[in-house]
Design a binder for this molecule. Structure first.
Ligand code: DC
Length: 231
């Protein structure tokens, strides 16, 4: 058996644990992990800071021309942080203020074209795991492995609440629930590249799975694509 480099696309609803799984898989497989949502979040942060009117095509286009995004390895967390015009914004983009606007920004055609072009470039050499909403359908429609993640709503809300509460104890579970529902709705109903399961995606419902079990399952799927018989 020999190993071939593949592309792994992970899509799914907000707060299903896509990035947790993707990061763990990337470590096990020695693959590059790219959090495509971080790109939309960083663009949103830029728009918020610069009061960009997202209904103006001109303002959006000019703003995108002023944005440079990079992923740079952080030796402390052992993951890549996203940099917006040279500034590490990995922490700032997780704020609820950004989460409240990101789905509207990610629905803009020009924003998606800007992000998708960069994502496709990153996948040129394969050996990459990317998570998001349109990775298996639009960014890498030929990805060798596509996983579509889902989990019960209540479980997703609880997970995201715990994550955000650690940063901001004033946050309420209602706020988190409303934000998740709103993002899922906008992400799956937008005109450009809505969130949907690719026909050839494998479904991973992790409502009742431990992180370890879900990793085992996904790694099995990946090895089934990576290992090829010597001919
Ligand atoms: O995965 P996340 O929650 O960090 O993503 C933030 C937002 O970005 C999400 O509400 C939808 C959008 N997104 C997208 O439209 N397409 C992607 N490939 C990734 C994220």
């Amino acid at each position: 058996m020999r190993k071939k480099k593949i592309i792994i696309a992970i899509d799914g609803w907000s707060s299903c644990g896509k990035s947790t799984l993707a990061k763990q898989m990337a470590k096990e497989l020695d693959y590059i992990y790219i959090d495509s949502g971080a790109m939309y979040r960083a663009i949103t942060l830029y728009f918020l800071r610069n009061n960009i009117d997202i209904t103006s095509k001109k303002e959006v286009r000019e703003a995108l021309e002023s944005i440079t995004l990079e992923f740079i390895f952080n030796p402390k967390s052992k993951n890549s942080d996203i940099y917006l015009n040279g500034e590490d914004v990995e922490y700032l983009i997780r704020d609820l203020v950004v989460a409240e606007k990101v789905s509207d920004v990610a629905a803009i055609r020009e924003v998606r074209a800007f992000a998708v072009a960069q994502q496709q470039k990153m996948g040129k050499g394969k050996g990459i795991i990317m998570d998001g909403r349109d990775i298996g359908t639009v960014v890498f429609p030929k990805a060798e492995l596509k996983i579509f993640m889902t989990a019960d709503n209540a479980i997703r809300v609880e997970r995201r609440f715990k994550e955000l509460y650690a940063k901001n104890p004033n946050i309420s579970i209602e706020e988190v629930k409303n934000n998740l529902e709103m993002r899922d709705y906008i992400d799956s109903h937008r005109e450009v590249s809505p969130l949907k399961q690719a026909k050839d995606a494998l479904i991973l419902d992790n409502s009742q799975l431990t992180e370890r079990k879900q990793l085992e399952l996904a790694l099995n799927w990946a090895m089934g694509k990576i290992l090829v018989k010597n001919t």
